[in-house]
Design a protein around this ligand. Structure first.
Ligand SMILES: *Cc1c(COP(=O)(O)O)cnc(C)c1O
Length: 406
């Protein structure tokens, strides 16, 4: 493979980011994935089953919706790629379906995953139920307490949810437990990573499964406007999987501006943030070299974001490369800006977005857009899971005035 913005080199590097930094005990499993993922995922029978599940189970293609009132307010032409309409309410299932089909072909019938807010855990438990596979989800003890509805969903779907009780008892610790499990069960287990992070080939593999988002967008935009290319693609970035999918088929089109939105939390300089590119330095976390929020002596800094899906101290290597090369524009939105944007979208378009997604909408007024611009925003997920935060915001009267009224 020749390196590009889309694809890493043969060792899994996007620029100087990526690679596979793994314990010796996982070498065989990771090498097997590296050796076989392209061959398996390009087989005719694999593609046919993946496409048919995306269509009939997930509900693809998801619509590309012209947001008329939002467009008027921002003074631009804004199209929403409706990943919130996917089965289970977000883009994550595109990847879990791809990986479960891969696991079957590798003869692995035991599936493990890590989850923070529980969205990736729910998507994994869903496809394991569909395929009759054993499913074990590692989740920080603290997150289990905070995310009771998603824990209940996973259990109802037949998954075993195992608490991670070490460290800060959140996502990072759950990931460490999942890696430990994989080391102990290398023969029968596949580890489904939920974003474009982890050792090579995960970042490339997950980006390919999610690239259906931009493939559909190109066709839909052409059909609707006569133009295949937008001027901007905007997406929120936690690990970066919905963004990678939304950008993928536009990355080699220099006329398309790539806009990545990170979570600033209480503010980039507050010490309570997840704005990785603003503060991060190169480092290794969970199997790859990327940008990482860390102290001077290399300890990972605890991130903060109101949205659990963006509350991660790193980003995937593709995004680190997009940032460092200047191909992508990286901006951030605070907790408060994201909340305001969620209420605004609800009232302008009748769509309640996930809190993660709301960050992407929060920056639109700041991008210097004009009526000549065609902007695609990846609406990565729906907001049902965030109702508690939205209810609290209404109690605190953080509501912005209804933007549609004078
Ligand atoms: C998990 C999640 C994200 C963040 O993950 P990425 O890998 O960065 O896409 C964003 N939006 C929603 C709705 C999510 O569930």
């Amino acid at each position: 493979m020749t390196p590009s913005f889309q694809q890493p080199d043969s060792r899994g590097y996007f620029g100087r980011f990526g690679g596979a930094f793994i314990p010796e005990m996982l070498h065989r499993n990771v090498a097997e994935l590296q050796g076989r993922y392209l061959e398996i995922t390009q087989e005719t029978a694999f593609c046919a089953e993946f496409d048919s599940l995306l269509r009939d189970y997930v509900g693809r293609p998801t619509p590309l919706f012209y947001a008329r009132r939002l467009s008027e307010q921002v003074g631009s032409q804004i199209w929403l790629k409706r990943e919130d309409l996917c089965h289970t309410g977000a883009h994550k299932i595109n990847n879990t379906i791809g990986q479960v089909l891969l696991a079957e072909r590798l003869g692995r019938r035991r599936i493990i995953a890590e989850t923070g807010a529980g969205q990736h855990g729910v998507a994994t438990a869903t496809v394991c139920a569909l395929k009759g596979l054993e499913c074990i989800v590692y989740m920080g003890e603290k997150d289990i307490a905070r995310q009771a509805p998603n824990v209940a969903r996973m259990r109802m779907l037949g998954a075993r949810v195992v608490p991670a009780t070490s460290g800060s008892r959140t996502l990072k610790d759950a990931t460490n437990e999942a890696i430990r499990d994989w080391i102990n069960h290398p023969e029968d287990t596949h580890y489904i990573i939920g974003s474009v992070v982890g050792p090579h080939p995960y970042p490339d593999m997950v980006a390919r499964f999610q690239s259906i988002i931009s493939l559909e967008t190109r066709h839909q935009l052409l059909a609707a406007t006569g133009q295949e290319l937008p001027t901007h693609v905007v997406a929120c970035v936690g690990g970066g999987s919905n963004a990678a999918g939304a950008y993928y088929h536009f990355l080699e089109e220099p006329s398309v501006a790539i806009v990545a939105v990170e979570a600033a939390g209480l503010g980039v300089a507050s010490g309570q943030t997840a704005a990785t590119t603003q503060l991060g330095r190169p480092g290794i976390l969970h199997g790859s070299m990327s940008l990482l929020m860390q102290t001077d002596d290399g300890q990972v800094v605890e991130p903060h974001s109101i949205s659990a899906g963006l509350d991660y101290p790193g980003i995937g290597p593709m995004h680190a490369h997009l940032f460092e090369s200047g191909r992508g524009t990286f901006v951030s939105a605070t907790d408060e800006e994201a909340l305001a944007a969620a209420f605004s979208l609800a009232r302008l378009e009748g769509i309640i977005p996930a809190l993660e997604t709301a960050h992407a909408f929060a920056v639109l007024p700041r991008l210097g857009l004009t009526t000549a611009d065609t902007v695609v925003v990846c609406l990565s997920g729906r907001g049902d899971k965030d109702l508690a935060a939205y209810m609290q915001a209404m109690d605190n009267d953080m509501l912005t005035p209804n933007p549609s009224l004078p």
